[in-house]
Write a protein that binds this ligand. Structure first.
Ligand SMILES: CC(C)(COP(=O)(O)OP(=O)(O)OC[C@H]1O[C@@H](n2cnc3c(N)ncnc32)[C@H](O)[C@@H]1OP(=O)(O)O)[C@@H](O)C(=O)NCCC(=O)NCCS
Length: 181
């Protein structure tokens, strides 16, 4: 396995990375078309950076980083690992790569949004406005292993939620992490 900068890869490799966004997201579903995924990749490379892991020449996962707040904050977006390569540490390795890239660029805070648009967590299907702090404090997975659990393992903290981001009762969960040097 090796890590590469997607900005300088062939169109074939970049297309394979884009295809992961279409075919290897679970819930919520990924990008609607290869064209939309290609545009996403081009946009991430233009605004920030994108790194992939290759097994021989096969793209098995990739991660993007986008600057916010004049580069003090970097958004992790997107992250995807090929289904057949999951639970082998590739996601963790990609996030570590993201952390070192952003530390080198002067980041203080890493951030991300992880959607719950299919009732995977206790933040879905409820009136978050009724008692937001309590809902955040009591956030739990409902059994299908929402990715917020993965990010928690990697040291991210839930910092907020965007109610109805994906439709009524389907929020986006915000998580952040301090950059350590
Ligand atoms: C989320 C995702 C990136 C994880 O990648 P991965 O390569 O399987 O993760 P790793 O093998 O590096 O896992 C690191 C740790 O997190 C745990 N983990 C991984 N996915 C998890 C999940 N969904 N729920 C709970 N724990 C999880 C692993 O068990 C491992 O724990 P350990 O170190 O105690 O053994 C991958 O499942 C994926 O691409 N999902 C579809 C796209 C997606 O949801 N992206 C995130 C959108 S915000």
């Amino acid at each position: 396995m090796k890590t590469v900068d997607l900005a300088v890869q062939s169109q074939n490799i970049r297309d394979a990375a884009a295809r992961l966004l279409v075919e290897h997201f679970d819930e919520p579903r990924g990008w609607p078309s290869l064209e939309a995924a290609r545009e996403e990749l081009v946009g991430v490379i233009a605004a920030g950076f994108a790194r992939a892991m290759l097994d021989d020449d096969m793209v098995v996962g990739w991660i993007g980083g986008l600057p916010e707040y004049k580069g003090r904050v970097w958004e992790l977006h997107p992250l995807v690992v090929h289904r057949q390569y999951r639970l082998r540490g590739i996601g963790r390795t990609l996030v570590k790569l993201f952390e070192s890239e952003t530390a080198d660029r002067g980041a203080l805070t890493l951030t991300l949004g992880t959607d719950d648009d299919s009732g995977m967590t206790s933040l879905s299907g409820v009136d978050l406005y009724a008692d937001l702090p309590r809902y955040l404090a009591e956030l739990r997975d409902l059994g299908r292993k929402h990715p917020f659990l993965f990010y928690k393992k990697l040291g991210f903290t839930v910092t907020g939620v965007m109610p109805d981001a994906n439709g009524s009762g389907r929020p986006d969960i915000y998580m952040s992490k301090r950059v350590c040097r």
